[in-house]
Design a protein around this ligand. Sequence first.
Ligand code: TYD
Length: 210
Amino acid sequence: MRGLFITFEGIDGSGKSTQISRLRDYLVDKGYRVVLTREPGGTSIGEKIRELLLDRESSGMHPLTELFLYFASRAQHASEFIIPLLEQGVTVISDRFHDSSVAYQGGGRKLGIETVEDLRKLATLGLEPDITFYLNIDPTVARERMGNRMFDRLEAEKLGFYRRIQNAYGELLKIYPGRIKLIDASGTPDDVWKRIEQQIEHLWKDRRSR
Ligand code: TYD
């Protein structure tokens, strides 16, 4: 049987990594073979693209250049890594996938949510997650979590950027109400995990009754 493809989404500081490892432990406990991965990255070509994208010296990058680099990393990731694993029956959990491009480049960088959404099929090789956990957190709370207390003009701009991203995720929830699960990411890691666990149990029940 084909493995499950699970993705995590949310703004920086939403606490994805903690929840991803908890979900991995939970699934391994249930007997699943699980592999964790992330975007940008996940392959050696992808990791090189990641360096280029996250390098401070890349600050002058045009939003379209940025979009196509994320796409380049994703095409490699899907074809070389994710799809073959799923075909071997492995469950793949990815920290971010195409929804991030819609939210960050479409919303955050103002390329347009629809513009990026329209390219989904091409950019993902048609690969769609079975389930996506969107960890929703207020950008001011996320920033506090990241320990960033300075609030100057640049920070105010950043807050606007993150609000646009949050808004784009809200639009994606409307487009994919079945696939994307809205998770309240406030509270302790335990609180958040309980919310995710509940959703997973629902999913199992649905699968069993089918
Ligand atoms: P990372 O350090 O992995 O952050 P996080 O732990 O929050 O995922 O950096 C990934 C950054 O890349 C993050 O700020 C989101 C951004 N990103 C995009 O802008 N577009 C994309 O398509 C993807 C996959 C990531």
